[in-house]
Unconditional design. Structure first.
Length: 434
């Protein structure tokens, strides 16, 4: 019997006839062909089933890489925007893109290493330093701390904003622990923390008075973690000041507004000091680097990128100067190729080289020191004079750009025949007799 006749009379189909799949309901079709998403996006946060932060920060890392690929075209190596503007772009555009959500979610150690690789490229782009520059010096010259110090700083600032907000206005502040020292004792009536206890992944309560345990098995509610971070910042204060008391609809008996504002600013300054201390502890520079760390751009970073980059390299002691270490000049002599008197260090090239004495007397006459305590790094006129001196003498420029010729004998500089005088002065080959 033919397959068509069997299908017409409703008999069993033959072995060679393909069976038509039965139509599934819509929910079954969605469950079969569209499995549940591993990540869910909400307000820019990427949540997973186990509340891990790697999925979120991997998305942020991809967005930051795309943003940096666009921004760095504005300032290619040696030209474009000044390092000061590049620093502002890095802090105001790239850092928020990369660390969005770091107030509540902490990146894992492996993810932080991946993010550090791209963050060092941003530091190198700002400072125009070489790839062989040590990583701690690279961060110090670009005035951009490493991510291992920035992430705790962002969490402390988020904790400070939370505990210094009015509980009647901020929903997070209204769900703080009732015993937390706030000026306003109001708490939200729906703050049922006991319902979140022992939920996966092992959520446990955390008191704001005690130190957080270092156990990797336990996890805590974000509001508990932020309140615990704010405890060492408040120090000896009896209560957290209100940052914006003027937003309250009804002004209760509170301290003066100026007093609370100044106290809040002092707490923010203390948080920045903690950032600098953690920066020095996590990324200490080599002993030969004596310049201090700063969160604000150096004044000379407002110069052109080519000149500012030369200064960055000489301060980092990783430049074209002969005395500075380099993997490509291991066996070359360290003495100054221009005068040959001593090693070509930063101070020798700027202050003592005899071959540039004429430009030194006319441009940087009042400069006597280039160390970290020198007034050079805060005086605008001295910085402009230093930039003119570097531009005129070609200090710390690539050798192929400004070749340093060996000293010529007197017979070459003052030949006996007059027609060869100009050729002997401006060419690298000895004059030939006619």
């Amino acid at each position: 019997m033919s397959p068509k006749l069997n299908s017409f009379i409703g008999g069993p189909p033959s072995r060679g006839t393909p069976q038509r799949p039965q139509p599934l309901p819509r929910y079954a079709w969605m469950a079969r062909y569209s499995p549940p998403f591993p990540c869910v996006r909400w307000l820019g946060y990427w949540f997973t089933r186990n509340l891990a932060s790697s999925a979120h920060f991997s998305k942020r890392l991809g967005l930051a890489q795309g943003a940096f690929a666009t921004v760095k075209r504005l300032s290619p190596p040696g030209s474009g925007l000044s390092p000061h503007v590049a620093h502002r772009l890095a802090i105001s555009v790239l850092l928020p893109t990369l660390l969005y959500g770091a107030d509540l979610m902490v990146p894992s150690r492996g993810m932080l290493k991946k993010m550090d690789v791209d963050w060092r490229q941003v530091q190198r782009w700002v400072s125009n330093c070489f790839r062989s520059t040590p990583i701690p010096i690279l961060a110090a010259e670009s005035c951009i701390p490493p991510l291992s110090a920035i992430v705790p700083y962002k969490r402390r600032m988020a904790a400070l904003r939370l505990v210094c907000a009015a509980p009647t206005v901020n929903p997070g502040a209204g769900r703080l622990c009732p015993t937390f020292p706030s000026l306003l004792k109001y708490r939200a009536p729906d703050a049922h923390r006991e319902l979140c206890t022992r939920l996966p992944p092992n959520v446990m309560p955390l008191s704001w008075k005690t130190n957080r345990p270092h156990s990797k098995v336990r996890s805590h509610l974000p509001v508990h973690e932020l309140a615990n971070l704010a405890r060492p910042i408040l120090g000896t204060l009896s209560s957290a000041p209100l940052a914006r008391a003027d937003l309250l609809p009804e002004a209760p008996s509170l301290p003066p507004h100026d007093t609370m504002t100044s106290a809040y600013r002092a707490l923010k300054g203390q948080t920045r000091l903690l950032l600098l201390e953690e920066w020095r502890r996590l990324a200490p520079p080599p002993p030969y680097y004596t310049f201090s760390f700063s969160l604000t751009p150096h004044p000379f970073m407002g110069l052109g990128k080519f000149i500012a980059g030369r200064i960055h390299q000489m301060r980092a002691q990783n430049s074209y100067l002969a005395a500075h270490p380099s993997w490509s000049r291991v066996d070359e002599p360290k003495h100054c190729p221009r005068c040959g008197e001593e090693k070509e260090t930063f101070s020798h090239a700027i202050l003592r080289c005899q071959s540039t004495s004429y430009h030194r007397k006319s441009l940087v006459k009042g400069l006597s020191d280039v160390g970290p305590d020198s007034p050079l790094w805060s005086d605008k006129q001295l910085l402009l004079a230093l930039a003119g001196f570097i531009r005129a003498t070609g200090t710390n420029s690539p050798p192929d750009m400004f070749p340093s010729l060996p000293p010529s004998p007197a017979a070459m500089v003052f030949p006996s025949s007059a027609p060869n005088i100009s050729k002997g002065l401006f060419s690298s080959s000895p004059p030939r007799s006619v």
